[in-house]
Design a protein around this ligand. Structure first.
Ligand SMILES: O=C(O)CCC(=O)C(=O)O
Length: 431
């Protein structure tokens, strides 16, 4: 998926105003923020140098206990984050946003509004800078643990995979190929290897740039058993706020981003309207940087250290059957690990880039104008002659997608995948 789309800051907020029971002991009644405490003067100095005098005075009032000043500071920083394209935001404003989120969280926490406090912290983790990340994480851990304790005591049972997992094929009693773009699964499929050594991966796939499915490398991931248990996900991350995409796909007119709780997202997966216009997809989000508990469930594949490059980003892709990521390419090596459910994936080699009708605008130039689900042959006559490889990526399998290879992805069931993007030495300067 193209970088500019996902680096656009999410736009909307919905608030969850249910109050939680207050914490029991007075030593638990504050959120500790040692980094904020020690770095605040320096950070405020740098923010005023960027014109943020009013922000600095609001933060000073917030630190003295003024809740409305904390909210006002958060609004001010939010406006700065939305003042232009994401890449042009002055980085100190991302730290400013984290400062304000921490203050808002402290105020909510001291009044027993844990869910609102957690939401402010999540906003800081999603949109804020890196300086105060450890404070945001430690406060998040404290509140999550408190909420988990409360909720578990009056809400025991949960849903196992069989009860909530949806399989498009079964639900619609349709043959899988009827859901897929024309010619799917009729030609060459992606090679599949079991027990692929690192050396074999380097020699036969990484260096020549050749896709492969690796079939037996994820059995030891805790996520394999945990993420198909709705109760586990609700318990561990249910209160957390996450950005989701709503609409047919990121190229369609009706596409938008929302911020919702993980529980609400799980409910949409379970009961939601999955017509394409209302599809909700937690897509290309660095969920494991935001939610430490889920990071413990995944294991970076050794293959990602091949070639001596650097990890660029690890993204979550979680949604109902029928999500589509349109045909596009990315600059990095990619291992797409299928943890829950299955996906159809079609790949065109990088050498066909000129034939695949890339969008002209630079923001979308790594996406094709061709809608593979509905190809307009008059407009895109070359498309039907182009050769591709495809596959159904099954639960527990990983697909290696070489840099710049075009890919189209459709989920066939409820599906949770993780992508690991890394650069080889040839491209260690990044995007
Ligand atoms: O799983 C998806 O929907 C898309 C994955 C993708 O585009 C990627 O990993 O680069």
């Amino acid at each position: 998926m193209p970088l500019p789309v996902t680096t656009t800051p999410p736009l909307s907020l919905d608030t969850n105003r249910r109050r939680s029971p207050p914490m029991s002991t007075s030593s638990d009644a504050t959120l500790e923020t040692p980094i904020l405490d020690s770095k605040l003067p320096t950070l405020l100095h740098r923010i005023t140098e960027e014109g943020g005098y009013t922000f600095a005075s609001m933060v000073t009032r917030a630190a003295a206990g003024d809740t409305r000043a904390a909210e006002a500071a958060k609004e001010m920083a939010w406006e700065q984050l939305h003042s232009g394209p994401w890449h042009s935001v002055v980085p100190i404003w991302r730290d400013a946003y984290s400062i304000a989120c921490l203050h808002v969280a402290k105020h909510h926490f001291s009044s027993g509004e844990f869910k609102l406090a957690l939401r402010a912290l999540d906003m800081g983790l999603i949109m804020g800078g890196s300086t105060l990340r450890d404070d945001l994480n430690s406060c998040t851990r404290k509140i999550s643990a408190a909420l988990r304790g409360n909720e578990l005591s009056f809400n025991g049972g949960g849903l196992q995979k069989g009860e909530w997992y949806r399989d498009f094929n079964l639900a619609e009693s349709t043959r899988v190929v009827e859901l897929l773009p024309v010619k799917s699964l009729s030609g060459e499929t992606v090679e599949k290897k079991c027990g692929l050594s690192l050396e074999g991966f380097l020699q036969h796939h990484f260096v020549p740039g050749s896709p492969v499915i690796i079939s037996d490398s994820m059995n030891h991931w805790p996520a394999k058993s945990r993420w198909s248990d709705m109760n586990y996900l609700k318990k561990v991350v249910g209160f957390r706020t996450v950005p989701v995409e709503v609409g047919k796909n990121y190229l369609s007119q009706d596409w938008k981003q929302e911020l919702i709780t993980f529980s609400e997202f799980l409910e949409r997966i379970q009961y939601g309207d999955s017509s394409s216009g209302n599809m909700t997809y937690l897509a290309q989000h660095q969920l494991f940087d935001q939610i430490q508990e889920l990071k413990q469930d995944i294991i970076t594949p050794d293959y990602c250290f091949a070639g001596g490059g650097e990890m660029r980003s690890v993204n979550a892709w979680f949604g109902p059957p029928g999500t589509v990521t349109p045909l596009h390419h990315d600059p990095h090596h990619n291992i797409l690990a299928q943890v829950v459910g299955k996906k159809y994936i079609r790949l065109y080699p990088a050498s066909l880039s000129d034939e695949l009708y890339p969008h002209a605008e630079s923001m979308l130039s790594n996406s094709s104008q061709v809608d593979l689900d509905n190809i307009n042959e008059e407009e895109f006559p070359k498309m039907s002659d182009l050769t591709f490889v495809d596959c159904i990526l099954e639960e527990g399998e990983m697909l290696y997608i070489p840099p710049k290879w075009w890919h189209y992805v459709r989920s066939l069931t409820t599906s949770f995948s993780v992508s690991f993007w890394w650069s080889g030495e040839e491209n260690s300067s990044g995007f």
